[in-house]
Ligand binder design. Structure first.
Ligand code: 5GP
Length: 191
């Protein structure tokens, strides 16, 4: 998506070797007009798949999921990072290791909001090692819902998550694929 790549070139900053900061437009301050275009692009790519629910994980996925859901005219469900134990029975639960914080979270989705009648599109801001998507896919599998695929805004294609998850047979659409990046030379895109 050219508009997104231009914005990353203009406003993204690279920290160390593997963190791209896009918090002036995507995950701290949010450019809602850009998210609207992102939502439309996901809708175009997954049109005709029967999507009736968008699934993401808190917190940075929620804005993207809402604008995407507006294009699909369907609800958003977001997986919550849970502190509560012993709620098994009412929720699907899985574990996700956070790329940015390096810790493992229990994440949950209520059984009331996902089930075998659903066809789910997962969305998230970044795909790096794939832990967040693995967790969300696990929740969809537990629910018996159909998985249409996953839409990520930025895939860091030099990290292994995208290849690994596609090899599992999941359709993954990334709107910008970063081939390499560095503090000195900025971001280079794969295509
Ligand atoms: P993964 O689980 O694929 O390793 O990482 C995906 C999650 O980590 C995303 O939900 C995102 O919040 C965070 N993340 C991964 N890489 C980056 C990055 O380069 N920049 C930012 N801002 N977040 C990232």
């Amino acid at each position: 998506m050219e508009l997104l790549k231009q914005r990353i070139r203009q406003d993204g900053t690279v920290k160390g070797n593997d963190v791209l900061k896009v918090d002036s437009f995507l995950n701290h301050q949010i450019d809602v007009a850009l998210l609207e275009e992102i939502g439309r692009e996901f809708q175009r790519r997954f049109a005709g798949c029967g999507v009736n629910k968008i699934l993401t994980i808190e917190a940075s996925g929620i804005g993207i999921a809402c604008l995407t859901a507006q294009s699909f005219r369907c609800p958003v469900v977001f997986a919550k990072k849970s502190q509560t134990k012993n709620i098994a029975g009412e929720v699907y639960t899985t574990k996700v290791e956070s790329f940015t914080h390096g810790r493992v979270y229990d994440v949950i989705v209520s059984k009331r909001f996902l089930g075998p009648e659903d066809c789910v599109l997962i969305v998230d801001d970044f795909l790096a090692n794939g832990a967040a998507l693995d967790g969300l896919i696990d929740l969809v599998e537990q629910s018996g819902a159909k998985l249409a695929g996953a839409g990520v805004v930025i895939e860091k294609a030099f990290q292994p998550g995208g290849d690994r998850i596609r090899a599992r047979g999941v359709r993954v659409e990334a709107l910008a694929r970063v081939k390499s990046m560095s503090e000195e030379n900025g971001v280079k895109f794969a295509d």
